[in-house]
Ligand binder design. Structure first.
Ligand code: NAP
Ligand code: GLV
Length: 310
C-alpha cells in the first residue's frame, strides 16, 4: 500500500516518525509529499494542516497519531466516509494517569502553595489533608479518564467519574452519567479533572455554571482541550475564591502567548500540553497494526464516531 505521512511537527519530529513507521511497516511505501496522491491508500496523521487529505480518491483509512481528533474533525475538507482511527496506547494512558495523580496530590498536599512560599523564602507549615478525605471527580471515563480514576483510587482518594452514557463499573469509582449525574457529583468535589473529548457538547463546559456548582474553594485540572475552558470565567472564579487553584495543560491558543494572564497568575499552574505525549516507541507499532489490518481486510481498531465527535 501507499502511505501518506502528514502532520504539524516540531523540529525533527517528522523524520523520527517516518523512520519508526518505515521500520514497523517495511512492506509498504511511504509518500511524504503527496507526489503520488491518486494512489494513496492510508494516511498516518498528526494534526495535519487543513486540506492535507483533500483529493485522495484511493484513501481508505486516516490513522491519527493523536488521541484527540477534534482538530482533525474540524477540517471541513476531510474526505467523507473514510474511517478515522485515533491513537489508543496504554503508554499514553499511563502518562496521563501520572499527570492527573501529580496534579491532585499537589493540590491535596498544598505542594503548589509550598512552591510559591519557597519563591518568597517563607517558612510556613500548612494543615495536612488526608487523601481519604479528598473527593476527586474525573470528567470523561474513557481511555484516559478510567486510567486516571484507577490510579487515584490506588492512592486512596474518593473518586467519581462522569461519562455520557452509563459506563462499566470500576472498583472504587462512583460512576455518574448524563446531566443529572454531573449535577449530583459536582457539589461533593474537591478537585475536578477534565478528560473529556472536545465536542459541540463539551466545548466551554469548564465555565461559571460548573464552577458555581462546586463547593467554594474547589480546584480544577484541565488536561483535555483548551476550548473546554471559558478563560474569563476561570479568572473570575479564582478572584472571588470560588476556585482555589487551576492546573492547566491545554489552552485555546497554543503555545500560550507570553503576554497571557495565566503565566503569572499565583493560583494557576501551567504545563505546555505535556500531560500525555504520544510515545513514538509504542504508538508507531499501534498505528502499523491498523495499517496491516487494512491491508489484510481485518477489522480496524480505535475507530472514531464522526457523528459523536470522538
Ligand atoms: P475517550 O476514550 O473517547 O473517552 C471519552 C470519554 O468522555 C468517555 O467516557 C465519554 O463517554 C465521555 N464523554 C464524551 N462526551 C461526553 C459528554 N457530552 N458528556 C459526558 N461525557 C462525555 O477519550 P480519551 O482517549 O480518554 O481522551 C480524552 C481526551 O483527552 C482527548 O479527546 C484529548 O482531548 C485529551 N488528551 C489530552 C492529552 C494531553 O496531553 N493533554 C493527551 C491525549 C489526550 P461515553 O463512554 O459515554 O461515550
Ligand atoms: C494530545 O493532546 C492528543 O490528543 O494526543
Amino acid at each position: 500500500m501507499n502511505l501518506l505521512l502528514a502532520g504539524t511537527w516540531d523540529p525533527g519530529e517528522e523524520d523520527a516518525w517516518a523512520q519508526a513507521l518505515r521500520a514497523a511497516l517495511p512492506n509498504h511505501r511511504f509518500v511524504q509529499r503527496r507526489e503520488h496522491a491518486p494512489s494513496i491508500d492510508a494516511a498516518i496523521v498528526a494534526n495535519p494542516p487543513p486540506g492535507s487529505l483533500q483529493g485522495l480518491p484511493s484513501l481508505r483509512l486516516i490513522q491519527s497519531l493523536w488521541a484527540g481528533v477534534d482538530r482533525l474533525l474540524g477540517d471541513a475538507t476531510l474526505p467523507a466516509g473514510v474511517p478515522i482511527a485515533r491513537m489508543v496506547d496504554p503508554a499514553m494512558n499511563a502518562a496521563m494517569a501520572e499527570t492527573a495523580l501529580w496534579a491532585v496530590l499537589s493540590l491535596q498536599r498544598d505542594f503548589f502553595r509550598y512552591a510559591a512560599q519557597q519563591r518568597e523564602r517563607r517558612w510556613q507549615v500548612l494543615p495536612q489533608r488526608r487523601a481519604d478525605e479528598w473527593s476527586v471527580l474525573v470528567l470523561g471515563c474513557g481511555q484516559m479518564g478510567r486510567g486516571a480514576a484507577r490510579r487515584l483510587v490506588q492512592m486512596g482518594y474518593r473518586v467519581a467519574a462522569w461519562s455520557r452514557s452509563a459506563a462499566a463499573a470500576e472498583a472504587g469509582v462512583a460512576m455518574h452519567h448524563g446531566a443529572g449525574g454531573l449535577a449530583a457529583a459536582l457539589p461533593r468535589t474537591d478537585v475536578l479533572v477534565n478528560l473529556l473529548p472536545l465536542t459541540d457538547e463539551t466545548r466551554g463546559i469548564l465555565g461559571a455554571p460548573l464552577f458555581d456548582a462546586l463547593p467554594a474553594g474547589a480546584a480544577i485540572v484541565n488536561l483535555a482541550r483548551g476550548a473546554h475552558l471559558v478563560e474569563a470565567d476561570l479568572l473570575a472564579a479564582l478572584d472571588r475564591g470560588q476556585l482555589s487553584h487551576a492546573v492547566l495543560d491545554v489552552f485555546a491558543q497554543e503555545p500560550l502567548p507570553s503576554s497571557h494572564a495565566f503565566w503569572s497568575h499565583p493560583r494557576i499552574t501551567v504545563l505546555p500540553h505535556a500531560a500525555a505525549q504520544t510515545d513514538l516507541r509504542s504508538a508507531a507499532r499501534i498505528a502499523a497494526d491498523n495499517i496491516e489490518a487494512l491491508a489484510a481486510g481485518r477489522p480496524l481498531a480505535n475507530l472514531v464516531d464522526r457523528g459523536r465527535g470522538y
